[in-house]
Design a protein around this ligand. Structure first.
Ligand code: ADP
Ligand code: MG
Length: 382
């Protein structure tokens, strides 16, 4: 069994212009067997956090705890972790067999045992025929599998992975994602996975930590971060295409309803959960493109806007709209007959609205029915 606790982790770097705070007081507890993702824009501190957990970077302050043991001062090679990065560092002059078995050789494991473990791991990763080849003879996907095989042989306490799939094409990404999840389940130890891709985070993880500027904005399940984003940053980052917002004013608020004035319209919103005790003032009304309907599908039209552009996305179409209210995005059925450069009526599903404080950008309330907020149907989740 292993759990990982990160306690008040802070990491500063000295740079020519002063001090760069890469990680700013992060705390999180990772349970045994959990698959955790650190996700966020480039430069938000994901790699630095992972390197501190690995022992490749010494924290400025804070602790890293495995089970109940403080390992903050323990060197990387004694932490019992397996790591995988975007740049797969296979040794080019060594066979795949020796590459996979290398961590065991370092530990002084006998040659026979190394060979049998390497063969078993290559079997799991479906590259048994590659064992006597050199890394240069393998495709990108096969090299990635060899790197995964090398992590398996170590019987690690945990897996740490930093954007391991960024260099692969879309189809291979999906395949290797599934293999990483299989390896994770098979070994049953925690995995901490870093990506800047919110979709990857949503499809793979038990829980997701959304990072911004060295801090964690929210740490929760995919349903929590998608349906109950703590703030506008999380709401923008999670979900594709990204959420829409309209400025408005909250004029009445009770336990089960909220009234918002926005661009000359009054919205009566069925409140699901309230997160702050604000009951008036400037708000941002957030709604995902999936919650916008257009043209003759609209039952309660709110606005009339111009349809600027239609782009196909899978079996749907992304519509970009413009009007006095600003710009909006709508995700509509691709079969819907609707024409670019024409005016269309715009409706919003009031059961899927987020209210944010316009100043702090924190979530005030969500609308709709909580039991309907289940994503396992809408995502390709194993
Ligand atoms: P991410 O992996 O989310 O893209 P990083 O953890 O690599 O972010 O970087 C976080 C911040 O710390 C960035 O501003 C980056 O420039 C800075 N940083 C990372 N490593 C170093 C370093 N060795 N020296 C100076 N600054 C660094
Ligand atoms: Mg990084």
């Amino acid at each position: 069994m292993s759990t990982i606790s990160i306690r008040n982790l802070r990491k500063e770097f000295e740079i020519s212009s002063g001090v760069e705070v890469a990680v700013d007081d992060i705390s999180m507890d990772i349970e045994d067997g959990e698959f955790i993702t650190l996700v966020g824009p480039s430069g938000c501190g994901k790699t630095t956090t992972l390197r501190c957990i690995a022992g490749l970077e010494q924290p400025t302050s804070g602790q890293i705890v495995f089970d109940d043991q403080d390992v903050t001062e323990v060197p990387a090679e004694k932490r019992g972790l397996a790591m995988m990065f975007q740049n797969i560092a296979l040794y080019p002059h060594m066979s795949i067999r020796d590459n996979i078995a290398y961590p065991l050789k370092v530990k002084g494991v006998s040659k026979d045992e190394r060979n049998s473990k390497a063969e078993e791991a290559a079997g799991v990763m479906q590259i048994p025929d590659m064992l006597d080849k050199k890394p240069g003879d393998l495709s990108g996907g096969q090299r990635q599998r060899a790197a995964l095989a090398r992590t398996i042989v170590q019987d690690p306490l945990a897996f740490l992975m930093d954007e391991p799939l960024s260099d692969l094409d879309a189809k291979l990404k999906v395949e290797i994602r599934r293999e990483i999840l299989e390896v994770h389940k098979r070994i049953g130890q925690p995995t901490i996975y870093v990506t800047h891709d919110q979709e990857e985070a949503l499809t793979m993880s038990d829980r997701i930590a959304i990072m911004n500027d060295g801090r964690i904005e929210q740490f929760g399940t995919r349903e929590e971060v998608y349906y109950y984003p703590n703030n506008l940053f999380v709401a923008h980052f999670i979900g594709n295409p990204s959420i829409n917002t309209l400025r408005g004013e909250l004029t009445a608020f009770s336990e089960d309803s909220a009234r918002v004035q926005t661009h000359g319209q009054t919205l009566e919103l069925p409140v699901d959960q309230q997160f702050t005790d604000r009951s008036s003032g400037d708000v941002l009304v957030g709604f995902r493109p999936q919650s916008v309907s257009l043209g003759d599908r609209v039952t309660n039209p709110l606005f009339t806007m111009e349809l600027l552009l239609l782009e196909p996305i899978d079996d749907r179409a992304l519509a970009r709209l413009e009007g006095p209210e600003g710009e909006l995005r709508a995700l509509i059925p691709s079969t819907q007959a609707i024409t670019e450069n024409e005016e269309t009526s715009v409706g919003i599903d009031l059961d899927s609205v987020f209210l944010f404080d316009a100043d702090t950008e924190e979530l005030i309330a969500t609308t709709g029915d909580a039991p309907e907020k289940d994503m396992s149907h809408s995502l390709n989740v194993e």
